[in-house]
Write a protein that binds this ligand. Sequence first.
Ligand code: SAM
Length: 211
Amino acid sequence: MSNGTVFKDIADRYDRLNAILSLGQDQKWRNTVVSKLPHGTLLDLGAGTGAANPIFSPRSIVAIDPAIEMLEFNDAPSRVVSVGESLPFADETFDAVFSAYVFRNLDSVESTMEEIARVLKPGGMAGIVDLGRPSGAVTSKIHRAGTSVVLPLAGLSIGAREEYVYLHHTPDKHPPPEQLLAHTPLALVDTWRLGPMGFVWAALLQKPDDR
Ligand SMILES: C[S@@+](CC[C@H](N)C(=O)[O-])C[C@H]1O[C@@H](n2cnc3c(N)ncnc32)[C@H](O)[C@@H]1O
């Protein structure tokens, strides 16, 4: 099971299960980031089924995702099959880049951040939200033990056990956002925690405007 196949196999059940696992909070968590992004043109990186589309208005949206099976459920007017590590757009195209629950699946955060910086206009903003682990050592252990039981059971209930065992391991892939995003071409404006025990993280970054 790799990040290349996991989402194409669960595309038709992804939204339902995501809502259950986040106790219906996934859109609220996306919105804490989207509400801080400028209007204009927005790239939804790893857009999946387009769950965030209802909260993007009045922006003009381009959705990219490597899984065409996820994009088929996405009603964004512009959809592109691609990865974050190699964006098929000209320099300085977007006012904002948004990415929800994607970063732990990337092959390279470093290349993706370089690409985000390249396609953002000067002064443009990037907003990221993803699942990680709570910051304290004890709460982190408790959370890891919890997801080792809950995620495979949730996966079993929709016939995708292997996929959700894979997802149980992905929150451990990266250090906390303050470390993960400390050295990118963008300025780290803010990071904050969401959800029970703070296992969801969000970050806001800005491209320097040297004009
Ligand atoms: C958990 S889903 C999140 C989908 C959507 N952003 C949301 O909020 O519901 C993760 C998405 O990231 C996509 N993805 C995986 N690897 C990627 C990569 N290297 N670049 C961009 N997207 C990727 C997957 O295909 C999947 O649609």
